[in-house]
Ligand binder design. Structure first.
Ligand SMILES: [Zn+2]
Length: 277
C-alpha cells in the first residue's frame, strides 16, 4: 500500500508526512465531539464546543505521531533506519530503509513500545486533566477550562483504546508482531512463525470486529471490518510472501522459475506475432 502526503518536518532524522485524509479524520472527530458535548455540559457556548473538538482532533493526530515515533526510536536503537512516517485516515505507517528484524527480541521490543507509549500518553492526558481541574480559573475562562478538560479526558480514553486495539494479536498490527516474535523465539523459524501469525490474524481479526460490534454497534462493525479486511489481512499476506522470499531459498527459486516461465511464454508469443506479421 503506497500512501503519499505532505512533508511537515523531521524528528530523529525521520520524515513526517501528512496525507490529506488525516484532516478528514481530525475534522470528523472535532465535529462529532462538538455536537455531543451539550449532552455532557448543557449550555456550553458553541465556540467552546468547537474548541474542545479541535483540541481533540489535533490531539489525536499528535497521539498517532507519538505512537509511531516510539516505534521508530526503538527501531533506531536496534540499528534499523526508519525513513518516514506517514499519517492517514486509519493511523500512521512507518517505513524503514531495510525492513528486516535480526532477532525476535528486536521485533518484540520495537512492536510493544508503540502500545506502551500510547498508555503513557493516556496517563499524561489524564494527569493534565486532573491538574487543570485543580486550578481555579477566573469566571470568564470557566468554559475554556471545561472544554480543555473534556478534550483531555477524551484523549485519555482514545489513547487507552489505541493501545488495547493495537495490542490485539492481528498480524501485522503491533500485538500480532509481538505474537510472531514470541513464536519465532520458540520455533527459531521466522517463516513458519509468520504463517501461524497470519492464520491467527484471520481468527483474531473476526473476534476484533465482533468485539467492536458489541461495544459500538454497526458503525464499529463497518469501520473495524474495513480496516481488518482491506488493510490488515492483505498486509499480513503480503508480509508472509515477502518473508518466504527472503528466508526460504527453495521458495525464492520457485518464484524465480515462475517468473522466468511466464516471461518465456510471453516472449514466445511476441516472437510468433512478429513472424506472422
Ligand atoms: Zn504501533
Amino acid at each position: 500500500m503506497k500512501i503519499d502526503g505532505w512533508r511537515i518536518g523531521k524528528v530523529f532524522g525521520i520524515e513526517l508526512r501528512l496525507h490529506w485524509s488525516v484532516f478528514l479524520l481530525a475534522g470528523l472527530i472535532a465535529w462529532s465531539l462538538a455536537t455531543r458535548i451539550p449532552a455532557v455540559v448543557p449550555g456550553i457556548p458553541v465556540i467552546y464546543r468547537w474548541l474542545s473538538g479541535v483540541i481533540a482532533g489535533l490531539g489525536l493526530i499528535f497521539s498517532i505521531v507519538w505512537h509511531e515515533l516510539a516505534h521508530s526510536r526503538m527501531a533506531i536503537h536496534y540499528g534499523l533506519r526508519p525513513r518516514k512516517i506517514t499519517l492517514f485516515l486509519f493511523g500512521g505507517a512507518a517505513e524503514f530503509e531495510k525492513e528486516e528484524f535480526k532477532s525476535p527480541k528486536e521485533e518484540f521490543f520495537i512492536s510493544v513500545v508503540g502500545p506502551i507509549s500510547s498508555l503513557v500518553f493516556a496517563g499524561i492526558c489524564y494527569g493534565l486533566a486532573l491538574i487543570l481541574e485543580a486550578i481555579n480559573f477566573p469566571t470568564g475562562l470557566v468554559y475554556f477550562k471545561l472544554a480543555t478538560i473534556l478534550s483531555l479526558s477524551w484523549l485519555t480514553v482514545i489513547n487507552f483504546v489505541l493501545a488495547v486495539f493495537n495490542l490485539f494479536p492481528v498480524f501485522p498490527m503491533d500485538g500480532g508482531r509481538v505474537l510472531r516474535a514470541v513464536i519465532w523465539k520458540f520455533n527459531h523459524d521466522i517463516v513458519k512463525a509468520t504463517k501461524i501469525s497470519v492464520k491467527l490474524a484471520k481468527i483474531f481479526g473476526v473476534i476484533l470486529v465482533l468485539i467492536g460490534y458489541l461495544i459500538g454497534g454497526i458503525g464499529n462493525l463497518l469501520w473495524i471490518g474495513l480496516i481488518v479486511w482491506f488493510f490488515i489481512i492483505p498486509a499480513a499476506e503480503q508480509e508472509y510472501l515477502a518473508t518466504r522470499i527472503k528466508y526460504d531459498p527453495d521458495f525464492r527459486e520457485k518464484v524465480r522459475e515462475m517468473i522466468k516461465e511466464r516471461y518465456q511464454k510471453e516472449l514466445e508469443e511476441l516472437e510468433k506475432l512478429i513472424k506472422d506479421n
